[in-house]
Design a protein around this ligand. Sequence first.
Ligand code: PHE
Length: 467
Amino acid sequence: MEKKASSFSGQIGFVLAAAGSAVGVGNLWRFPYLAAKDGGGLFLLVYLMLVLTFGFTLLTSDIAIGRRTKQSAIRAYETMRPKWKFLGILTFLVPVLIMTYYAVIGGWITKYAAVYLTGQSAAAAEDGYFTSFITSPVSPVVFALLFMGVTAFIVYNGVEGGIERVSRYMMPILLVLVVVIAGYALTLRHEDASGQMRTGLEGLRYYLTPHMEGLTVSRFLQILLDAMSQLFFSLSVSMGIMITYGSYMKKETSIEKSVSQIEIFDTGVALLAGLMIVPAVFVFSGGDQSAMQSGPGLMFQTLPKVFDSMGGGQFGQIVGALFFLLVLFAALTSAISLMETVVSIVIDKFHVKRAVACIIVFIGMMLLALPSSLGNGVWSHIQILGMDFLTFFDFISNSVIMPIVALLTCIFIGYVVKTQLVVDEVKSSSKFSREKLFVVVIKYIAPIFIVAILVSSVLSGLGIITI
Ligand code: PHE
């Protein structure tokens, strides 16, 4: 991948590659369930504000650091300041942790693609289907193995040929399909047992309205933390991946433009995915809070009902099959970028062959993925801080380690190497119209904000304070 990637053919090539890593399960699976859980429009507002400030700042620094040092994350910080080597190592932890549960979600998606391809769409739409699948001890593990096996195989063979070329077609098709399903979801009408009729447009209103009712300080804090961790996860920032990508970027390519395009692309897909899922949950559940809050399973419980409602016969089946195949593809491209990061570091550090590194990483990841998979079923009695394994790994990587990495990056850029370094790097290829915003966010706003959220949420998560 390194060789190929070093020849990013300019703006479009770079943006597409970065978007391939950024657009994934985070946009399609994670964003909609957070939006449903965190009060619809309120979450959207908070998220958009964070994208335009934090997202822009962190993405710009990651890419600029990469392009300037021409190193991957683990080396980049060390190259600039030897004492900051630890930040590279900390950064490396994130993809490792994420991979452990990405494998599980990837497995769920693989399962649903298989279910739709084999004509079992009606069964998938039944209540309880998803729960009985994820609580079983064997099947989700087998599907996670399959998903990771394919990922490892592609990483072993190099990303060059197929995948990159195919993704140029698959991504746009996925986008069109998401738009079509979202449009269809808005036309849904459903009458519940009590005769109450709900429409997709009412669901749309739920999705877009900032729900302030009963908003407490601690709930608002939770929403901020959710939005912030979603931002890191979705943009693939603060985990070294964008540093690596930046190191392959040509000097002539505009960093500012690339950052804007990645932000628009990534956020656009997330908003559309929410449009496809949130109004539909509303229609089928009547806005029932427990359904809106159903969390990680949301996509797998709601969309089968949407597909099932697309009229009898084969139509819903075909749309469902196509949809889950495309999501599987998006998940694979992200999983590949995660695994590639880990594998290249293993090769670097331990001087082993690529095949050996792939096997080690695959086995290690699968062992780590086991608890996340079994935690929904046979190991559900084991809880860490009140969370099952999958939620816990997600929490630790996105809500704890990534904010810490982001915070340290801000301190490093703002006060150690100084912002001018990034500013010069950006200006070496284009103007930097958001320069002032960048400096203020990275030096003052982001560090204060991250510390405040992190400290209060960790303390309240541990039950030390109640807000
Ligand atoms: N950004 C990806 C997504 O939204 C997830 C991801 C995280 C991919 C980290 C690569 C690295 O799904």
